[in-house]
Design a protein around this ligand. Structure first.
Ligand code: AHM
Ligand code: MG
Length: 346
C-alpha cells in the first residue's frame, strides 16, 4: 500500500501487533486523541464565523488570559478522554490541578495518564495563524485500581510512552511517536480521515533556520546573545534565516522538515523560561529525539530533568542536533545561573 492510502486508524491497528501482550488500551487512547483533534479542528477552521474568537474572560493557573478556543479545546480533550474511561488521570495546561478519572464503578483499571496542552500558541488564534495541540502519555507509577497521584504526572520525560502534536495549519496534521520513530498524518477534511503522509520524519542534522522571540534580546542570557551573533555572522553557510511564528508546534514542525533550532531561553523577564516542561517541552523533546534531533535546557537533556511541579517552566533549545549542540557550547561559556550581564539583571 502507498503511504498516502494508509489511515491513522489502520496504522494504529497494524502497529499494535508489534507490542507483546497489548490490551488495546493504548490504541484506544490514540483513537480518542484523534477524535478530539478532529472536533477541535472543525471549530478552529471556522473560528471567524462562530463567535469563538477572543478572550474567555478567565485567567489560568499561570496568570495568562484564556482564549475562548483554549477553553473549548480543553473541554473537548478532557471530555473525550474522560467519557471513554481510557486513562486514569489527565493533567492539562489549562487546569489548576490534575484530574482523576474514577470510572463507572469508582475504580479505574487503566494504566495511562495523559498530559496535554489543548491549544498551544493561542495568541495566534485571533489572527488566523496556526495553533496546535500537544500531548504526552505515561504509564502510571502508582498501583492500578488506586487513585492517581501527583507522582504519576511528575515523571521524567524519558519515561514517556507516547507524545505528539496536532498542527492546525494550512492543512491539519497529527504527528506522533510511541518510541519507534515519528510519523505524520494529514487530515483529508472531505473524508474526515488522517492519512500517513510523512512516514519516519527526521530532523536534518543541521539547518539554517533559527526561531526565537528576538524582541526579548536585551533580556537574554549572554550565552544566547553570543549564539545569536554566531547565527547572524557572514561565515560559511551563515547567516541563518530567522523564522518565528510564536506557535511552538508550527515552529517545531517547520524546523523538523527544513532543519533549524527553536529557542525559548530564560530572560530577566522570565527567569525560568516560559514553556512548561510537562505539557510542551517533554513531548516536543521526545519527538525531537525520535526524529534524530535534540532538546536541551541549554545545559542538560530536557527528558532527564525531574519535574517537581505540574506547571513548571524550563528554558528550551530544540531542533537539529548540530545546531542545539552549538547553542550549548555558547551557553557553557557562562556558568548556569550566571549567564546575565550584571546591568541587565537589575
Ligand atoms: P501558550 O501555551 O500560552 O500558548 O504559550 C506557548 C507559546 C508557544 O507556542 C510559543 O512558542 C511561545 O509561547 C511564544 O511566546 P512569545 O509570544 O513570548 O514569543
Ligand atoms: Mg502552551
Amino acid at each position: 500500500m502507498k503511504h498516502s492510502t494508509v489511515t491513522l486508524g489502520e496504522y494504529i491497528i497494524d502497529n499494535q501487533k508489534h507490542y507483546k501482550s497489548t490490551s488495546g488500551e493504548f490504541s484506544r487512547l490514540i483513537s480518542s486523541i484523534k477524535l478530539a483533534a478532529k472536533i477541535v479542528n472543525h471549530k478552529v477552521n471556522k473560528a471567524g464565523l462562530s463567535n469563538i474568537l477572543g478572550a474567555a474572560g478567565d485567567i489560568n493557573i499561570q496568570g495568562e488570559a484564556q482564549q475562548k478556543l483554549d477553553v473549548y479545546a480543553n473541554d473537548i480533550f478532557m471530555q473525550t478522554l474522560v467519557n471513554r474511561e481510557i486513562v486514569c488521570g489527565i493533567a492539562s495546561e489549562e487546569e489548576d490541578d490534575f484530574v482523576t478519572i474514577k470510572g463507572k464503578h469508582q475504580t479505574n483499571e487503566n494504566k495511562y495518564v495523559v498530559l496535554i496542552d489543548p491549544l498551544d500558541g493561542s495568541s495566534n488564534i485571533d489572527v488566523n495563524v496556526s495553533v496546535g495541540t500537544i500531548f504526552s502519555v505515561y504509564r502510571r507509577i502508582t498501583p492500578i485500581g488506586t487513585p492517581v497521584d501527583k507522582m504519576d504526572f511528575l515523571q521524567r520525560g524519558s519515561q514517556q510512552v507516547c507524545a505528539g502534536y496536532v498542527v492546525y495549519g494550512t492543512s491539519t496534521m497529527l504527528v506522533y511517536t510511541s518510541g519507534h520513530g515519528v510519523n505524520g498524518f494529514t487530515l483529508n477534511p472531505a473524508i474526515g480521515s488522517f492519512y500517513l503522509s510523512h512516514p519516519d520524519m527526521k530532523f536534518p542534522e543541521t539547518g539554517n533556520i533559527y526561531s526565537i522571540n528576538e524582541g526579548n534580546y536585551v533580556h537574554f542570557p549572554q550565552g544566547v546573545k553570543d549564539y545569536l551573533k554566531y547565527c547572524q555572522e557572514e561565515v560559511d553557510e551563515r547567516p541563518y534565516t530567522s523564522r518565528y511564528i510564536g506557535s511552538l508546534v508550527s515552529d517545531f514542525h517547520r524546523n523538523m522538515i527544513k532543519g533549524g533550532i527553536y529557542m525559548y531561553p530564560t530572560s530577566t523577564k522570565s527567569p525560568k523560561g516560559k514553556l512548561r516542561i510537562l505539557y510542551e517541552c517533554n513531548p516536543m523533546a521526545f519527538l525531537a529525539e525520535q526524529a534524530g534531533g535534540k532538546a536541551s535546557d541549554g545545559y542538560m537533556r530536557i527528558m532527564d530533568i525531574k519535574p517537581t511541579e505540574l506547571h513548571q517552566r524550563v528554558p528550551f533549545f530544540c531542533g537539529s542536533i548540530r545546531m542545539v549542540e552549538k547553542a550549548e557550547t555558547f551557553m557553557a561559556q557562562y556558568p548556569e545561573g550566571a549567564n546575565y550581564n550584571d546591568e541587565e539583571v537589575e
